[in-house]
Design a protein around this ligand. Structure first.
Ligand code: SF4
Length: 733
């Protein structure tokens, strides 16, 4: 890939002799690239390439996708189920039957003694959709705990919550093709070239064909900000002030789309009244963007024939993440930019199948965007599964970020973690360690035995990875694509679907509910459940027209795709008819008043701490940390620091420093760069025992997502030899 630097030679991959190419989909980020895996003469996997006929990536892959075939035999894979001895000290190998029996017995013991909700299940955005649906069946239908969530609460919960509040349902309304039609593109807290490189490539391609303004809102001069026409280096956590101020300009200058507002929204008068308090003259002092720039950007956005916004964690990971999303939706609704080509409100999802868990896992309700709070939904699912609807709780239980503190208060006694690594991913590592240590029982299900959280488990289930199994993903633009089984499961690891099915047999309702063995049979159940109506209108999350065969042929299909639909295209955009899945059919305009509850820099902790991704790694490096070239290009954590701030503290480039927050400390190597302001530092979030030793993680009141990106730290030089030793130890873990 060139990324605009056309004189540079792209990375070339040595030619390898391939006998056969097999189709699959990337299992890292939510872009949803189609991959072909090359098998050599002896049927061994030798290479991978992007699928040229797939609309998403058109033959391209980023470094993670190019090297993904190395996952199958990467170090640290779990080979056999493990169990701690009776003093819970050392792991011993055991059989699957014993590991499953012990776990089922422990779950029942805990539930009998402390109540059904005392055992929690926390999963991920990395499983296949059929596995999510089956885990939901197991957890909601058999185990019966209401404390069930996914780690998507750490990344996408605010987007889900904001979509539900604004539009009445989850589901990103836009698609990548909107880049080809937009006349103004605004990115909030999203560094596409490093987070979603192929989405960035699609944007770049659209920009090369037809110029339109690229506006980037980010406190840091990210790679995307470097390519922007206008960069707004906003004060952390003040997006709502900026957007309210933009709406102040738009409404007071009469630039809103009155016809769209009248026909398709409700609540305009409240928004109009609220934004009068956000005159750019005043707002500039809170959000750090000067008043002229606010006015210019507002006019550019509102006057564009079609304008779109994207966002990622810069909005979601905040104490007002859900409000931030609702406010981006407000901006697009009042300018008539929903459901039209190039006009949309597109949350760029994080994990490869964060959408699959949102749609089908039942984490926040029941499958197919159904609600526990709705008696008809409970009855419908209970009837379909063949159980008593009274088995379901009548409202959603705790989110992941509330489940962990509930270990401290004694409400949660046992936990099942599926493909998630809270020891690295959750804020305030030392607190998480104490919580995990105090559980009566912890079972960890993961592809890797050496995942950091497994140090605290009593039972370990070795799971199969990616194309050792079959099933679907849904990407950021609602495109359902297929992961094919290409190689046998590694050692005695098992597909997550198999593990859930075996566990179901050990519970009473598991004898009543059907748990198909084949992924395609599970998919067919989901298809059935996706049909029907909500508020008297056809459900949007309808996949009833899809089949594995059609999905492969189309290289992915976007929902809704009904059994009456012809062709293979699916639906690129939601709400094109201006009808929303609310009672009135209108979208909600939600006034967002800004309260500044961020932990802010002060005399003792004078720097903002910001965190984010690097292109080579995915989340907690569980996989990319094992892939030679990914790790070689990004082997160690580092901290970006402004050279002037470093000079004032006597800190040199490439030296180690100690960062201290109110939670803990971390030793990190310094990279001096103008990308961060003098009062801010940035650290990639992928590394264990690093940035999340420092983070606070206050929670958003609606989504319960933590504010990873707004806290404060102080910085001190440290003994260099000691720091280097610590760093080597960390890398060799
Ligand atoms: Fe995989 Fe995302 Fe890279 Fe595409 S952009 S190859 S989906 S990690």
């Amino acid at each position: 890939m060139l990324f605009g630097r056309k004189k540079r030679k792209p990375i070339t991959i040595p030619q390898k002799k391939v006998k056969e190419w097999k189709y699959t989909t990337c299992n890292y980020c939510s872009t949803g690239c189609s991959i072909e895996i090359g098998l050599g003469e002896d049927n061994k996997i030798v290479t991978s390439r992007g699928h040229a006929g797939a609309d998403v990536n058109r033959g391209k892959l980023c470094i993670k996708g190019i090297l993904e075939h190395e996952l199958f035999t990467s170090p640290g894979r779990g080979t056999e189920p493990l169990i701690r001895d009776k003093h819970f000290e050392e792991f011993e190998q055991t059989t699957w039957d014993n590991a499953l029996d012990v776990t089922a017995t422990k779950i029942k013991e805990i539930q009998q003694k402390y109540g059904r909700d005392a055992f929690a299940v926390v999963s991920t955005g990395q499983l296949l959709t059929e596995e999510f649906y089956t885990l939901g069946k197991l957890t909601r239908g058999c185990i019966g705990t209401n404390n069930y969530d996914g780690n998507t609460t750490l990344c996408m919960a605010s987007a889900v919550s904001g979509y539900k509040r604004s539009f009445g349902a989850d589901g990103p309304p836009g698609c990548y093709d909107d880049f080809e039609h937009t006349h103004c593109f605004m990115a909030f807290g999203s560094n596409l070239p490093e987070q979603h490189p192929i989405i960035y490539w699609r944007l770049k391609e659209a920009l090369e064909k037809r110029k339109f303004p690229l506006i980037v809102v980010d406190p840091r001069v990210t790679m995307l900000a470097q390519f922007a026409d206008i960069h707004l280096p906003i004060t952390p956590g003040t997006d709502c002030v900026l957007i309210n101020s933009m709406m102040h300009v738009i409404i007071n200058e009469g630039l809103q789309d009155t016809a769209y507002i009248d026909a398709h929204t409700q609540g305009f008068d409240e928004i109009k009244a609220l934004v009068q308090d956000y005159d750019p003259k005043v707002a500039q002092h809170e959000c750090g963007i000067d008043e002229d720039t606010i006015r210019n950007v507002a006019r550019l956005y509102a006057n564009a024939p079609a304008a779109m916004s994207i966002w990622t964690m810069g909005i979601n990971q905040s104490t007002h993440g859900s409000d931030g999303v609702a406010n981006i939706n407000n901006l697009n609704l009042i300018t008539g930019n929903i459901g039209k080509p190039g006009g949309t409100s597109l949350s760029i999802t994080g994990q490869c199948n964060a959408m699959g868990t949102r749609e089908w896992s039942s984490c926040s309700g029941l499958p197919g965007y159904r609600y526990l709070e709705n008696a008809d939904d409970r009855q419908e699912i209970a009837d379909y599964w063949g159980i008593d609807p009274e088995f379901f709780p009548k409202q959603r239980g705790m989110a992941q970020t509330d489940i962990f503190p509930a270990i401290e208060t004694g409400e949660i006694k046992g936990m099942w973690l599926v493909a998630t690594n809270p020891m690295t991913s959750m804020p305030n590592t030392s607190r998480i360690r104490k919580m995990l240590e105090s559980l009566d029982f912890l079972v960890v299900q993961d592809v890797y035995r050496d995942v950091e959280t497994n140090q605290y488990s009593h039972v370990y289930f070795p799971a199969s990875v990616w194309s050792e199994k079959e099933g679907c993903h849904t990407n950021t633009e609602r495109r359902v694509n297929l992961i094919s089984k290409i190689v046998p499961c590694f050692a005695n690891s098992k597909p997550d679907l198999w593990i859930f099915n075996q566990m179901a047999k050990r519970f009473e309702n598991g004898k009543k509910i059907k748990f198909p063995d084949k992924a395609e049979d599970v998919f067919n159940e989901m298809k059935e459940l996706s049909k029907g109506q909500s508020y008297g209108r056809p459900r949007n999350l309808d996949i009833s027209g899809m089949s594995y065969e059609k999905i492969i042929k189309a290289r992915g299909i976007q929902w809704p795709y009904r059994d009456t639909d012809e062709g293979l295209k699916g639906t690129p955009r939601l709400y094109s008819d201006g009808i929303f899945p609310t009672k009135s059919g209108k979208a909600n305009l939600i006034p967002v008043k800004f309260f500044n509850n961020n932990e802010q820099p002060c005399n003792d902790y004078p720097f903002w701490l910001n965190s984010g991704r690097v292109v080579e790694h995915f989340h907690t490096r569980t996989r990319t940390g094992k892939i030679g070239n990914c790790n070689k290009f990004s082997p160690t954590p580092y901290m970006e620091m402004n050279p002037d701030a470093a000079l004032a503290l006597g800190i040199e480039h490439m030296s180690y420093v100690r960062l201290t927050s109110r939670r803990g400390d971390a030793v990190v190597m310094v990279q001096l760069t103008q990308r961060v302001a003098q009062n801010m530092v940035f650290i990639p979030f992928h590394f264990h025992d690093c940035v999340n030793r420092l983070t606070l993680g206050l929670l958003d009141p609606y989504s319960r997502q933590p504010a990873f990106k707004q806290c404060s730290v102080r910085i001190q030089p440290v003994d260099q030899a000691e720091a280097a030793r610590l760093n080597v130890e960390r890398r060799s873990y």
